[in-house]
Design a binder for this molecule. Structure first.
Ligand SMILES: Nc1ncnc2c1ncn2[C@@H]1O[C@H](COP(=O)(O)OP(=O)(O)O)[C@@H](O)[C@H]1O
Ligand SMILES: [Mg+2]
Length: 303
């Protein structure tokens, strides 16, 4: 399988998460690359993963293999895994703590592998910007900016800090996904539409997400994409990763328009929040049904 061309290559570390929602907590395997690669595989794409973990998470390779993700490289480091505590308040706002960090994946860590789209999604400083440069010379390059902006303060609370490296990563990419706080931190703009356009510039697609408030995608002009209603909201962790996976699946794999891909992104994310962690048991048929059931209404609302 290593000699073939994949639809997607996801790059980023896998983490151990403790998610607390409405007073209930659960331990789950996490990390953007974990969520994104599982969802893309679930949607039927050929997905490869380059990742690293602390030793406790060595067993994750089996889980990924059995879900249909090709683990092209998994460095098991002799240290603790990155551990995130994700604590949500009743309005869905998240406080994050991180207990340990890993050295970044660099170009030297990458195997010789081809994919139509390379999605780079660090959790906290675990991918070097040189990897984005490497990707941009090969394939459609997508980034989730979160892990390029996060830093832990003295209490290990995750904060966002502007960096020229993050800006460089944006400039090298074809698609960039940020949530509103991240987009504001990077662009200095206030509204989601202004920030999405600042991220997009004149040659890439920018997406700024706002949890249950939906998102804005900019390609030459901003487009508002509403959130789809979830049957229940159990755990919002990974919603942004599901959104990126849905968008890339629709745009790169299905060849759909940017507007339609925004709706797919939003619908896929609405399924992810219905259960704890990365348990993605939805089907493409269900995603389609949810979009069809709301499409006209949502399009009217977005105009
Ligand atoms: N409670 C929710 N109900 C339905 N969709 C949601 C919900 N929370 C998030 N989403 C969807 O997931 C997208 C990404 O969520 P967001 O929380 O903004 O990203 P991140 O996880 O990166 O912070 C949103 O734009 C929305 O489409
Ligand atoms: Mg995010």
């Amino acid at each position: 399988m290593s000699g073939s061309i994949f639809d997607f290559l996801c790059i980023g570390s896998i983490t151990l998460d403790l998610n607390t929602v409405a007073g209930r907590s659960i331990r789950a395997i996490g990390g953007s690359a974990y969520y994104t690669s599982l969802i893309l595989a679930r949607l039927g794409c050929r997905v490869a993963l380059v990742s690293r973990v602390g030793r406790e998470l060595k067993h994750v390779e089996e889980k990924l293999n059995s879900a249909g993700v090709y683990v092209a490289k998994l460095d098991v480091l002799d240290c603790k895994p990155i551990q995130f505590e994700n604590i949500y308040d009743s309005s869905g706002r998240r406080v994050q703590r991180v207990s340990c960090e890993l050295p970044p994946i660099t170009v030297e860590d990458l195997p010789d592998i081809e994919a139509r789209c390379i999605h780079i999604c660090p959790t906290i400083g675990d991918v070097d910007v040189s990897v984005v440069e490497w990707a941009s010379e090969r394939s459609f390059t997508s980034i989730d900016i979160q892990g390029f902006l996060r830093e832990a303060d003295e209490q290990r609370v995750v904060k966002l800090t502007y960096s020229s490296g993050a800006m460089k990563a944006v400039r090298l990419s074809n698609f960039v996904k940020a949530d509103l706080d991240e987009a504001r931190c990077l662009t200095g703009e206030k509204t989601a539409a202004e920030a999405a356009c600042a991220l997009a510039g004149d040659r890439r697609i920018g997406a700024v997400t706002m949890g249950a408030e939906g998102s804005v995608i900019c390609w030459r002009k901003p487009m508002r994409i509403p959130a789809y209603r979830a049957r229940r909201v159990v755990d919002p962790t990974g919603a942004g990763d599901a959104y990126a996976a849905g968008f890339l699946y629709s745009l790169v794999y299905r060849g759909a328009s940017i507007a339609e891909s925004g709706h797919v992104a939003s619908a896929v994310a609405s399924f992810l929040v219905e259960d704890w962690g990365a348990s993605c048991s939805f089907t493409w048929k269900e995603v389609e049904r949810r979009i069809r059931g709301n499409y006209d209404k949502t399009l009217l609302r977005t105009r």
